[in-house]
Design a protein around this ligand. Structure first.
Ligand code: ATP
Length: 266
């Protein structure tokens, strides 16, 4: 395959590459503000579990707490998946970390080396961010659903590298060659569905060892920052079965939930 040629996203190629096509309903768009915003709207109108929105040109991609996710047509993969959890199951604690495990498994399965996970939602290689995960949950009548948004740099255009405030990386640098985005999306969707089946059986607890094995900051000094609060420093001592970060501080072990908190290196 000519890895430098622009490969358009193509629903037929994606559908043909899916192991379990019946589990997904795919909408491929040329332009949109944010795949997650669009899918949240569709979820509220009753879109089924397995609905996917993938977009070539995302103009207002979102990160956590109002931050932006930047992407470039042809070089990035940006998509969102709606997943509805069975009635009577609890809110999906640790889902952001579980999705990280699914993404890492898929990337490694396609030949990527050195994939690491940064609590709670980043995909790193050599300390550089090559992907981000945004989980937004909806609940109604005791049933929970999540819109899982994923952005990945297949290649990294200079303008994106220059615009972000932390080092950014790209898949092409850690794989034998830049992957086909169509095959990558199919692999990620199948990997997410397989992980979500495991998650339905045993929650994040069943995936925790795999997350810890890829923990980018295992045992390292970290600083936790949150708006309006003093930073907390300590050593990263892993995560628990709800996806909370465990921080070894001078005053003992603290449990940090992700909501408003960001992990940084001191
Ligand atoms: P936190 O640790 O709280 O999650 P974060 O900086 O990782 O903080 P996210 O919401 O996960 O925040 O991601 C958004 C941030 O990611 C942006 O503020 C920007 O710095 C960076 N970013 C945006 N687009 C890209 C990209 N394509 N590649 C790498 N980094 C990006």
């Amino acid at each position: 395959m000519d890895t430098n040629a622009f490969e358009a996203l193509d629903s037929a190629v994606i559908a043909a590459a899916l192991r379990a096509p019946v589990r997904f309903s795919l909408a491929l768009l040329d332009n949109c503000a944010s795949t997650s915003t669009l899918l949240l709207d569709r979820a509220q109108q009753g879109a089924p579990s397995g609905s996917v929105v993938v977009c070539e040109r995302q103009t207002a991609g979102r990160g956590r707490r109002g931050r932006s996710w930047l992407s470039a047509p042809g070089d990035s993969l940006t998509f969102s998946l709606l997943w509805r959890f069975p009635e009577g199951t609890p809110p999906p604690a640790g889902l952001s970390l579980a999705v990280g495990v699914a993404v890492a498994r898929t990337l490694e399965g396609m030949g990527a080396a050195g994939v690491r996970l940064k609590w709670p939602n980043d995909i790193l290689v050599d300390g550089a961010k090559l992907g981000g995960i945004l989980i937004e949950t909806l609940s109604s009548g005791g049933r929970h659903a999540a819109v899982i948004g994923i952005g990945l740099n297949v290649r990294l255009p200079r303008e994106i590298a220059a615009a972000v405030d932390a080092p950014a990386g790209a898949l092409e640098a850690v794989m034998p060659f830049a992957p086909s985005r169509n095959l990558l999306l199919a692999g990620l969707l199948d990997g997410l569905a397989a992980m979500l089946d495991e998650f339905a059986r045993s929650g994040f607890a069943g995936l925790i060892e795999e997350w810890l094995a890829r923990n980018a900051h295992a045992g390292q000094p970290v600083r936790l920052i949150a708006e309006g609060a003093a930073p907390v420093e300590g050593r990263c001592a892993g995560v628990d079965a709800d996806g909370a970060l465990l921080l070894k501080t001078e005053t003992g072990l603290r449990r940090i939930v992700s909501g408003e908190v960001s992990l940084r290196q001191p």
